[in-house]
Design a protein around this ligand. Structure first.
Ligand SMILES: [Fe+2]
Ligand SMILES: [Fe+2]
Length: 248
């Protein structure tokens, strides 16, 4: 069962906590309640009912105007066909690369809107700006910035493991870097740190990651500092499984 909490001004976090290798881990989607309601990430295919039911606590899921995926991966877009069936008027928005590399070769039947860096979707009150953020952590990765609430949606950057509350104020930066080293999602620190510089300049009030709680503006610098100062790139482990000896 997913829980839903309003984090700030029409932005709702829908979160399910699951056990992965005996440890709690969260999958979040974000609903923006607006003239054109938007769902950011869908969750995996089999999470559809719980995410849809959580959306239905706030608005009719058939009214969704946009479903937005931030890179092509099951937790981002595994439910896209099912949300399309429930909201036939919706548009799937993604990065230009997600479309060119993936969606254009898939059998998705709905409307698709690819976006490049700097483009904006107007939902009514909220305006979502697209940031192309290649290799954080996929080639096609992007993030969103809502100008209205100064909210960053960074997908898998700024995440936390464990069963977190909807809003996180603690310094869990070192734990985040340790988790990244274990799962091996970033090939290298450099493209990530370049994006960290860029999103810091946006001066966000909120950071709504896909895994863990939403960060306040007071907590955000802890995570920025950890990403600047600590190693977090691939060190020979995939989802905790050693594949090769660590580089020296
Ligand atoms: Fe991902
Ligand atoms: Fe993710």
């Amino acid at each position: 069962m997913a829980r839903i909490d309003e984090i700030t001004d029409g932005i709702y976090r829908i979160s399910a906590t699951v056990q992965v290798d005996g440890r709690a881990f969260q999958f979040n989607q974000f609903l923006i309640d607006d003239e054109q309601p938007a769902l950011i990430h869908t969750g995996m295919h089999d999470m559809y009912e719980s995410v849809r039911d959580a959306v239905a606590e706030v608005l009719d899921p058939g009214r969704l105007g946009y479903v937005i995926l931030l890179h092509f991966e099951a937790d981002e877009c595994g439910g896209m066909d099912r949300f399309l069936d429930g909201a036939p008027g919706s548009t799937l928005a993604c990065s230009a690369l997600s479309n060119d590399l993936n969606l254009s070769g898939w059998d998705y039947r709905g409307r698709v809107e690819p976006h490049r860096d700097g483009e904006v979707i107007d939902l009514g009150r909220h305006e979502l700006r697209f940031l192309e953020t290649p290799h954080v952590h996929h080639w096609d990765s992007m993030m969103l910035f809502d100008e209205t609430t100064k909210s960053l949606f960074p997908s898998d950057l700024f995440i936390q493991g464990g069963d977190q509350p909807p809003v996180v104020t603690e310094n869990l930066g070192s734990e985040m870097c340790g988790l990244y080293r274990e799962v091996g999602i970033f090939a290298h620190e450099e493209p990530v740190r370049r994006v960290v510089d860029r999103v810091e300049e946006l001066d966000p009030d909120w950071v709504h990651g896909m895994h863990g709680g939403s960060l306040t503006r007071e907590a955000f610098p802890y995570f920025v500092r950890a990403l600047r100062e600590e190693p977090f790139a691939y060190q020979g482990k995939l989802l905790g499984r050693p594949l090769e000896a660590p580089a020296r």
